[in-house]
Design a protein around this ligand. Structure first.
Ligand code: PGA
Length: 250
């Protein structure tokens, strides 16, 4: 077992009001199963402050699902890393495949956002992953390598000290179709090798979460893989019972 602390993150996406989010963290904060995992939830920007207040003093951290790279200015509709931090966030998800697919995010914008998030002392979760066509076309390693290099361009191992990467095969997100444990382990080991090539010893510390249809019944096996250091959970993070079971599996 690695010495890396497993990290279970719940990406609520465009779900749950502030009130619903408060109820969920209160249910999760109850003395549930013992787990050594670090745990965080990612409410909408609007619900974040209320959820962070409700989670204060518990083992559950709170983070944003996205942010802009500028701190302030004429950027209608955006939220900055510093505002997320002021609202109680300790983490920010960057480059989720839904943002890349529906909102035009690129490795370059992820890189700018990552720089902003690190400058605020927040913990980034950088999402990477291939489409089914890319995997079937033998492009898996090329895609993952490009995404890691692109996100981290111009940053040093020292700056990236808290980096978390989420490997999320796009064909497994919200589809009920999970990567096999072997596919997950192979991709994670490859991503770690890329971090090693770029940043040496950081590779041993960087936590790589698996994401894509993680459920209570597949979490244990996935999390038992040597290079799988946690999970980024979508659908199953919206129910206290399911998310609690995944936390317990870590
Ligand atoms: P899912 O989402 O668990 O619902 O597949 C994962 C994610 O998009 O982070």
């Amino acid at each position: 077992m690695s010495t890396r602390t497993p990290f279970i993150a719940g990406n609520w996406k465009l779900n749950l009001s502030g009130e619903e989010g408060i109820a969920l963290v209160q249910a999760l904060a109850k003395p549930a199963a013992v787990s050594r995992a670090e745990v965080a939830v990612f409410p909408t920007a609007l619900a974040l402050q209320a959820v962070a207040k409700a989670a204060a003093g518990s083992r559950i951290g709170v983070g944003g699902q996205n942010c802009h790279w500028e701190e302030k200015g004429a950027f209608t509709g955006e939220v900055s890393a510093s505002l997320l931090k002021a609202a109680g966030a300790r983490y920010v998800i960057l480059g989720h495949s839904e943002r890349r697919q529906f909102f035009g995010e690129t490795d370059q914008t992820v890189n700018r956002k990552l720089t902003a998030v690190l400058a605020q002392g927040l913990v980034p979760i950088v999402c990477i992953g291939e489409t089914l066509a890319e995997r079937d076309g033998g492009k898996l390693e090329e895609v993952l390598s490009r995404q890691v290099r692109g996100a981290c361009a111009g940053l040093s191992a020292t700056q990236l000290g808290t980096l978390v990467i989420a490997y999320e095969p796009i064909w497994a997100i919200g589809t009920g179709r999970t990567a096999t444990t072997q596919q997950a382990q192979d991709a994670h080991a490859f991503v770690r090798s890329q971090v090693h090539a770029l940043f040496g010893g950081l590779a041993d510390r960087v936590r790589i979460q698996y994401g894509g249809s993680v459920k209570p019944d597949n979490a244990k096996e996935l999390l038992a893989q040597p290079d799988v250091d946690g999970a980024l959970v979508g659908g199953a993070s919206l129910k206290a019972g399911d998310f609690g079971a995944i936390i317990a599996a870590a």
